[in-house]
Every structure is written in structure tokens, then in C-alpha cells.
Design a protein. Structure first.
Length: 688
């Protein structure tokens, strides 16, 4: 074993830090110029957040409409699908029922590789390899924090940080798998990120720094309890609540924010302050709230998730107070997880095994006012998903697959550069899964995530057990493969992709062949295409403007009776200054999604149209779609869906120029005069 204070610098891969004794791992120092160390440090001090949003699904097994969480277990909607044959995938010897959950934390790297959705048949790093790498990264970053926060005054009334380190090392010697489990817990990563940023911040923060830094004392205490050590230590109580990560929360009452005592002997622990004390960990002990775990089973496959409503760092910044869920909501989450897990296993057992290895916690988030579903994951919290309650198991399964993709890409990006840094202010692009324009990194993340989502709907479309579920799955497949592939195609040649990035894109392209070629009924494909048109047109109306010089030239040309072609062909639109997130652009897709499920005509978009002066983006969209429904290839229809911002801006210029002198310019002739370049039916993806 290396000496405690001797820095370890001779490692070739940051994953090797996971293989060292913890005492040595925490002494690993890498040079400032080490590229991987730079990337890892940056991704903890400036974590990458991936957010996903979706509308509630349609009726008929999917409870269309804005979803209000049910309070009765029996209200979970039934989802009908026929699982494909699994063959040899469920051999009895594959069972892992008896495996200690902690053993998974130390599973050696490279035990298995998985084929990434959208990554072709060439395997990307296996999820075991990535998880092992994350273990090394957590240890490395904890060592960085210990060195940066070595000042004994920073821990306030708590023991010095060196004592917390010693207790953690002792626990690791006794139970390395348990300590690895705690270090890999998503909230531990978020805490590391938060406290490293606070360490260098000028502001005081909502609580004294020693309280946030002292979370390490809680981590060490939890590790010592799980390792069955006898010890006496201290950890912070936040407003009388003492958190032991991965174990639970002790409520000491109205004692304020203080240093609480934690001790354990002969397998029994006590948390106390003054006269208040709580026995831990005991599921029925007064004042003790255990962290809830849900284990879902499907055949030989298991998924265990902590449903975390207690940990201070369970959500993205800022730290969050404990909010224990009512038992009814816990039961509903359990039913949703069980249903989603059965679906994931039945659709793709290999992916299910990888997902079960990666995911460890689910943090419930309060419902959105409009009932939609939102989820997030982040680069410093591998294994954790934060989300609002979905409407049904299918939506949860889709969300887990989506966030799993983000986790995998984040883990790969910790050590591999796929994009060069921008030399100037980063350009913003159309991202069909977001309301707002996104930088290249964000769109790349979304593309990879939605390659997985599209493949998910491919599998569901082959397994749906009733007509409505089948049509919903086919619509989602048809819609997302257009949006995802078009966005991928528009960005794949961007000059910022490195050699590794270009290789990765080629593998993604090869892996997309199956879902790109899957037959889908013509009527569903047409609805999906119209949904794409509506979404892109509405996005353009919200976020783009025509160049002022072009608007002026076109205004003069219209008034002089000249053709517009020379101006239209060389008039790329610009992002509007201070572009902000638009209202929910899914409103443009929802009517087509409903129509696909109900085998009906879309409603809600082809309503009354103001021909003289539409007053909002929705009115402009309705006009364009009405003309497109009547004559899809007409110049006016093409202009109003391909370049609606140009028609709008020229029309407004003419209205201002001719105010009080002539009758208002009719939109339809103006749109027909402007037309749209090219012969594409669907508007292209906006790429500056």
C-alpha cells in the first residue's frame, strides 16, 4: 500500500483510480495540463444538465391530456403489448437475485459490452466499463476536494476533514463494495460538484460552508455504518435533520443547524444532539425515515432504484430540503417502475441489463402546472434521473431510455473529446425536442438520446397488443425518425467534430439503418410528416427573423412589381435577438399525434385564420397549414411553412410603409409572390 500522503501520478487511465486502495486513490494528483483531468474537473465545476420534456400521451391506454397523478393504485392505465420471444435470454443461470447490491459497485470493468442504440453493431464502451470509470472519477474528484478544503477551519464545529477521510478509508478496508456504492450514488456526485463550486465562490450561500462541506462527514458515517464499524463521529444536522446518504434521514426535532453526534457499536447506531436521539438504521425507529428502494422484476432481470425524496443533493442545484412522499405516491411510483421495467425487458433484454447496471436513483419532482412530464440528468450524477410523475409505464420506460442515453454519452465525454471548443460565441440550432434554440453540444446530446428513443418506439411498434397502442407507437417512430435523422444529417459535417466525434457519428449512422427502414403505414407517415412541418414552422415563427436589408429590398421589389427570386434565394434568416424559450411547441404536434391514435383527422390547428394581419405565431401557422391542406405545393403554402418569418416580416414592413395610403396587403398574394426556394416538401432543419 502506498504511503498516505504520497501523491500518485503514474496512472495511464483515470479508471485505474478505482482499482487502488482508497487511501492511495485519494492521493492521486494529476498535472494541471493533463487533458482528461481537465475535462473531469470542468464537468464537475460546470456540470452539463440534460433536460427532457414531453406532453402527456393520447387516450386509449395512454391517458391523453394533461395528466393528474392518480391517488388510487387501480387508476394506472393499462398498456397492452405482446412481448417478443426472448429465447435463451432468460436462462435460470442468468439470475442475479442472490447478488449483494453492493457487489455490483465493484464489478470489474469490461465484464460485458453493450451495443448502443444508434451506435451500429460496433460496440461502444460497455456500461460496466463506464461505471468503473465513473468510480475512478468520483474517487479522483473527492481527492481533489480533500486537498482544496484542507484548511481545518472550513469544517466549523465538525471534526477536521482529515478525520472524515480516515473514517471513510477505514470503512473501505472493511467493506469496499459498500463504500463504492455510496461514492457512486448520484447525489454524491452532485454534492461534489456543489461544494467544489462553493469553495471558489465569493458569495456566502444559504447555509454556512461547513454544513455543505460536512456532507462528507455524513458520507463517511453512512459508509462506516454499512461496513459495521464501531465509531463515534459528527455530521451536520440541517434544521434538525441528519442525512446518511443511501440509508435515510434522522429527525432530531427543533435543534436547528448544528453538529450532531453519530455513533455505532455492535451493529447498532445512534444519531443524537442534546437530549434528542434516533436509532439507525431501523425501518420502524421513531424519527428515522429510511431511503425507499423499489425492486422490479421481469423474468430473470431485476432493476433496483432508490426513490429518493430525502437526500439534500438529490436534485440539481440548489440543495433541496427533504420532502417525503405520501405512501400513495410511493405506491404509484412502484407500480410505474414495475410496469416500465417489464416493458423494457420484453422489448430489449440486452439494453435492460445495461440500464439496470447504470441506473441507481429516481428523484420524484413536483408536477408541472400544465401536467407535462419533465426529466433531467447531469454529467456529475451518473445513475440518477430526476423527473415528474409520468402518465403511465410506457412514458416512464421511454424517459428512462432517454436519460440512460444521456448518461452513457456524458460518461464517454468525461474522457473523450467529440467536439472542439468553439472559437467564438457558439451558434444556436433547431432542436426538435426543445422549445428553445440549442448550442451544438446540446443538439448532439439530444440526437444521441433520441436515437435511443426512436429505437425504443421501433421495438414498441413491433410488440403493441392493441390497435391504438400500435398506432401511437408507429406515429412516434415515424415522427422521431424524421426529426432525429434530419437533425443528425444537418449537423454531422460540422467542422467542430473531432476525429473521434466523426467516427462516433459514423457508428451512430450505421446503427440507425433498422429504424430508418422500418415500414410504417402511409397514413401514419403522412400525419408524422405534417407534424414535423407544423413544429418547424412554429419554431421559425418564434425564433427567426428575416435580415432587415432583405426585408427592405423585398418591400421595394413588391411595390415596384419586380420578382423576388434574387432576394429570397440569398436571404438566410437570423435568430431573433434575445431569443427566449417559446411556449410549448408540442402544441403543433399534439393534434397529429391524437389523430394518429384515433385514426381521425387532426383538429385544433386548422381553425379560423386572420388573412389580413395574424397577431401571433399560432395564427400564422394556422394560415400556412390551411393553405397547405388545400394545395400543398402552392407557392403561398410553401412560403408560409418554409419561410413564415420572411412572409411575416415583409408583410409587417409593407403594412408600416403603406399605412394610410392604400388597402392593406393581402397575405396570400404576398406569400405566393415570395414562394420558397427548392422543392423539398418538409422545411429543412435550421442550421446557421
Amino acid at each position: 500500500m502506498l504511503e498516505r500522503d504520497r501523491a500518485v501520478t503514474e496512472i495511464s487511465d483515470i479508471a485505474e483510480v478505482a482499482d487502488l486502495p482508497l487511501d492511495s486513490a485519494l492521493s492521486v494528483e494529476l498535472p494541471e495540463e493533463d487533458v482528461v483531468a481537465q475535462r473531469v474537473r470542468a464537468r464537475f465545476t460546470r456540470p452539463w444538465l440534460s433536460r427532457g420534456d414531453s406532453a402527456a400521451p393520447p387516450s386509449g391506454g395512454y391517458s391523453w391530456g394533461r395528466h393528474t397523478p392518480a391517488t388510487n393504485d387501480d387508476e394506472l392505465p393499462a398498456v397492452s403489448y405482446a412481448p417478443p420471444p426472448q429465447g435463451a435470454d432468460k436462462k435460470p443461470e442468468d439470475r442475479q437475485d442472490e447478488e449483494d447490491p453492493d457487489d455490483q459497485a465493484l464489478r470489474p470493468s469490461g465484464e460485458a459490452t453493450v451495443v448502443a442504440p444508434g451506435a451500429g453493431r460496433e460496440p461502444q464502451p460497455g456500461i460496466d466499463t463506464l461505471r468503473h470509470q465513473q468510480h475512478g472519477i468520483r474517487r479522483f474528484m473527492l481527492g481533489e476536494l480533500l486537498r482544496a478544503a484542507g484548511d481545518v477551519t472550513l469544517t466549523g464545529p465538525l471534526p477536521p476533514i482529515a478525520d472524515a477521510r480516515d473514517l471513510l478509508v477505514d470503512a473501505d478496508r472493511a467493506a469496499p463494495a459498500a463504500v463504492a456504492n455510496i461514492l457512486l450514488y448520484p447525489s454524491t456526485g452532485r454534492w461534489l460538484s456543489h461544494v467544489l463550486r462553493r469553495l471558489h465562490a465569493a458569495d456566502e450561500g444559504p447555509v454556512p460552508f461547513w454544513v455543505d462541506l460536512g456532507h462528507l462527514h455524513a458520507i463517511a458515517s453512512a459508509a462506516a455504518i454499512r461496513a459495521n464499524l464501531d465509531f463515534a463521529f459528527q455530521a451536520p444536522a440541517r434544521e434538525g435533520a441528519v442525512l446518511l446518504p443511501t440509508l435515510g434521514l434522522a429527525r432530531l426535532g427543533d435543534v436547528g443547524t448544528v453538529a450532531a453526534e453519530i455513533s455505532a457499536a455492535n451493529g447498532h447506531g445512534v444519531i443524537s444532539h442534546g437530549r434528542a436521539s434516533v436509532a439507525v438504521p431501523g425501518p420502524t425507529a421513531p424519527g428515522w425515515l429510511p431511503l425507499r428502494r423499489v425492486t422490479a422484476e421481469s423474468g430473470t432481470r431485476e432493476l433496483t432504484l432508490c426513490v429518493d425524496d430525502l437526500d439534500t443533493f438529490r436534485d440539481a442545484d440548489p440543495p433541496t430540503a427533504p420532502m417525503p412522499l405520501p405512501e400513495g405516491e410511493v405506491t404509484r411510483w412502484r407500480r410505474l417502475i414495475e410496469g416500465a421495467w417489464r416493458l423494457i425487458v420484453d422489448l430489449d433484454a440486452a439494453q435492460a441489463a445495461s440500464l439496470a447496471t447504470a441506473l441507481s436513483s429516481l428523484t420524484p419532482k413536483a408536477a408541472l402546472p400544465d401536467g407535462g412530464v419533465t426529466s433531467l440528468s447531469s454529467s456529475e450524477a451518473f445513475g440518477g434521473v430526476v423527473l415528474t410523475m409520468p402518465a403511465d409505464p410506457v412514458q416512464l420506460a421511454e424517459t428512462l431510455v432517454h436519460e440512460f442515453q444521456h448518461m452513457r454519452l456524458n460518461a464517454m465525454l468525461d474522457t473523450t473529446e467529440f467536439l472542439e471548443r468553439p472559437v467564438a460565441r457558439d451558434a444556436l440550432f433547431y432542436a426538435p425536442w426543445r422549445n428553445d434554440p440549442r448550442p451544438l453540444e446540446g443538439v448532439f446530446h439530444g440526437i444521441f438520446a433520441f436515437f435511443g428513443v426512436t429505437e425504443f418506439w421501433l421495438h414498441v411498434s413491433r410488440s403493441a397488443g392493441d390497435e391504438r397502442s400500435l398506432r401511437r407507437a408507429r406515429f412516434e417512430l415515424a415522427y422521431w425518425r424524421i426529426q432525429t435523422w434530419d437533425t443528425f444529417t444537418a449537423l454531422r459535417t460540422h467542422r467542430r467534430f473531432t476525429a473521434d466525434g466523426r467516427r462516433f457519428l459514423r457508428e451512430m449512422s450505421e446503427g440507425a439503418v433498422e429504424w430508418r427502414r422500418e415500414p410504417v403505414p402511409t397514413d401514419v407517415v403522412q400525419l408524422a410528416r405534417e407534424a414535423v412541418v407544423a413544429h418547424r414552422a412554429l419554431w421559425r415563427l418564434h425564433h427567426l427573423r428575416a435580415a432587415p436589408s432583405v426585408v427592405a429590398e423585398l418591400t421595394d421589389a413588391w411595390r415596384a412589381g419586380r420578382p423576388p427570386a434574387q432576394y429570397v434565394s440569398r436571404s438566410p434568416s437570423l435568430l431573433r435577438p434575445m431569443a427566449t424559450e417559446a411556449t410549448d411547441l408540442n402544441s403543433a404536434v399534439s393534434p397529429y399525434r391524437r389523430a394518429a391514435v384515433d385514426d381521425a383527422q387532426p383538429d385544433g390547428l386548422l381553425g379560423p385564420v386572420e388573412r389580413e394581419r395574424p397577431t401571433d405565431p399560432g395564427a400564422w401557422l394556422r394560415l400556412g397549414l390551411a393553405l397547405r391542406a388545400a394545395a400543398p405545393s402552392s407557392p403561398a403554402a410553401r412560403a408560409l411553412v418554409h419561410r413564415p418569418e420572411l412572409v411575416r416580416d415583409v408583410h409587417e414592413s409593407l403594412r408600416s410603409t403603406l399605412a394610410g395610403t392604400t388597402t392593406p396587403t393581402d397575405l396570400i398574394p404576398l406569400a405566393a409572390w415570395l414562394g420558397a426556394p427548392g422543392d423539398q416538401d418538409i422545411p429543412p432543419v435550421f442550421s446557421p
